[in-house]
Design a protein around this ligand. Structure first.
Ligand code: FDA
Length: 292
């Protein structure tokens, strides 16, 4: 059933998408963030979509992100913004993406906020890091993402990790070749933990982006045992992924927890990707539909 989701009409997938996507409009997404803030979470907002095909499309997305920073500011919400380089034209031309990102970053600066550049698949790793550096030279309220499944990541931490580097660590979501990526789940988990420790030791700020309870438990214990100040890291999760009471316990222990809140008209592809990752969600949702 999950494998065929992409062929379903949108109306049929919409109920399955609901937990993962904070609506199609920015207004709805801002309400979701407001609710999360009330519950003690901070957020990062993402306009869904990737791989624009023309410069004109990339300008529409650039403008939408600039508006988003202004709207977050006007609403007084505690949320920064995450964006994908190919959504801003990276596949067309690196210079185009860099210009777009820098003009979004100038609005982030005007509104005293932060812009995170998500990491996409490996053809874009070098260019994303290069564009991140260009952005950082203009305004330090920006950061990027490193993926613990990539064999190069320890080296990237060595060259980027320093005071002022704000890095999200995640496992990595793309299907990469074994020549460049670890494939074993336990190996990826161990690298994730080591990457976070290396970043913390380098004085970087770390976003620990995972739903893997084993990693969360081990890192929470390590951070506490090393007396790492809570201002140097945060936990991050995707909106809608069931986490039991683990997030409440993190909040109760005064850890910062950030929820990644994607929204927009391109919700269909995003939601089907999430459901393919975790087919159990489908039965959980179907169960709820029949119970209600
Ligand atoms: P793992 O896949 O082992 O999941 C642990 C448990 O959580 C699973 O048992 C499953 O039940 C549940 N779960 C995990 N993901 C789920 C999902 N999507 N839906 C439902 N249940 C799920 N990747 C990338 O390449 N570039 C990026 O920029 C980012 N950015 C990013 C931001 C944030 C805040 C998060 C949390 C994740 C990302 N990712 C990402 C995705 C990341 O690389 C990874 O693919 C997913 O988080 C799944 O890996 P976990 O570490 O959660 O472990």
């Amino acid at each position: 059933m999950v494998a065929t989701l992409s062929y379903f009409p949108k109306w049929a997938v919409r109920p399955f998408a609901a937990p993962y996507v904070a609506g199609e409009s920015v207004e709805t997404a801002l309400k979701v963030v407001s609710e999360l803030n009330k519950q003690g979470f901070v957020a990062t907002m993402d306009i869904l979509g990737e791989y624009v095909r023309t410069p004109e499309e990339s300008y529409i997305i650039r403008d939408a992100y600039q508006d988003l920073f202004r709207q977050i500011n006007e609403a007084g919400l505690n949320s920064n913004v995450s964006l994908k380089p190919t959504h801003l034209g990276m596949e067309i031309d690196r210079a185009l993406a860099s210009e777009n990102l820098q003009s979004i970053l100038s609005v982030a600066q005007d509104t005293n906020n932060f812009m995170r550049i998500d990491m996409e698949n490996s053809p874009y790793t070098d260019t994303t890091i290069a564009v991140y550096r260009e952005c950082y030279n203009n305004y330090s309220g920006t950061g990027t993402v490193l993926q613990s499944y990539l064999k190069r990541t320890a080296g990237d931490i060595q060259s980027l990790g320093k005071n002022g580097f704000n890095c999200r660590i995640c496992k990595g979501i793309y299907n990469e070749a074994p020549e460049i990526a670890f494939k074993d789940k336990e190996e990826i988990r161990l690298h994730f933990i080591e990457d976070v420790k290396a970043l913390v030791r380098s004085g970087s700020y770390v976003g620990i982006a995972t739903h893997d309870i084993i990693i969360i438990d081990r890192l929470e214990a390590w951070l506490l045992s090393e007396n790492i100040p809570k201002e140097l890291y945060e936990f991050q999760i995707l909106h809608g992924v069931p986490m039991g009471d683990r997030l409440q316990r993190l909040l109760a222990s005064n850890h910062k927890v950030r929820v990644y809140v994607p929204f927009g008209e391109a919700w269909f592809d995003y939601a089907t990707r999430r459901l393919k990752e975790n087919p159990n969600m489908l039965w959980y949702i179907v169960g709820n539909i029949f119970k209600s």
